[in-house]
Design a protein around this ligand. Structure first.
Ligand code: DC
Length: 226
């Protein structure tokens, strides 16, 4: 059985880079679930359809030739033969993704994909990061973490990543997306049994260490059968 480490959190919490590094250190796979919603939004746009048209989005999800690498050192995302690793980060995709992610039937379809990817990973464990991993995708995972950070810190981190963009615009876009996404999944409050790691005052290395502490405690507990 593959061990699942479930990590949820909002944009700019450091979730992706921290999850990737934790996976490396554990010798586990890394699954970025947001990439599937982004790739589906890209696919719908590529088909020339409107991402607010739920019927078209669902049709696209049914015929979705999606592939993603679970190797934390070799990350790529593909739709059919097209490498969309870079394209799914474009602002037009980011702006469209909440519309795709709010369709319940799409979420069910994508969640099946995630469980299949974890089961077929060939690794002892997979760090799975997203918004509803601790609650919906893997509620029984031995380790479940909510990675948070104060909104202003998240906005500052995101604008540092996207240095070509205006900081105020980045902050406004991030808060808009948080507001839209949190109507679908509550990723700002920890569900019962979920450990909170608040990265507001932690640097990258400290955040990774805090996450690995929770993993060690969680997997140890499971070992002891407690
Ligand atoms: O983490 P991200 O920014 O790449 O996520 C892209 C979008 O997908 C985001 O707007 C929320 C959505 N998402 C989701 O609804 N559930 C997940 N498990 C992961 C992402």
């Amino acid at each position: 059985m593959t061990v699942t480490i479930a990590i949820d959190g909002p944009a700019g919490s450091g979730k992706s880079s921290v999850s990737k590094e934790a996976a490396r250190r554990l010798g586990y796979g890394y699954l970025d679930t947001g990439a599937a919603y982004r790739a589906l939004a890209w696919h719908v746009l590529d088909l020339g359809a409107d991402t607010d048209d739920q019927g078209r989005v669902l049709d696209a999800a049914e015929e979705f030739p999606y592939a993603i690498s679970l190797d934390p050192d070799a990350y790529w995302v593909r739709v059919g033969d097209v490498d969309v690793t870079e394209a799914i980060r474009e602002p037009r995709v980011t702006a469209a993704v909440s519309g795709v992610a709010r369709v319940p039937a799409v979420r069910e379809r994508v969640n099946e994909l995630f469980r299949a990817l974890v089961a077929a990973s060939g690794r002892p464990g997979v760090v799975v990061e997203g918004r509803d991993i601790t609650t919906v995708v893997a509620p029984d995972a031995p380790v479940r973490i909510l990675l948070t950070a104060a909104p202003e810190v998240r906005a500052a981190r995101r604008s540092a990543e996207l240095h070509t963009h205006d900081a105020a615009d980045v902050a406004a876009a991030l808060h808009r997306r948080d507001a839209a996404d949190s109507q679908v999944v509550d990723f700002l409050t920890a569900a019962p049994g979920v450990s909170v790691v608040d990265s507001t005052d932690l640097d990258f290395a400290q955040t990774v260490a805090a996450v690995l502490d929770v993993v060690a405690a969680g997997t140890q507990e499971n070992h002891d059968g407690r």
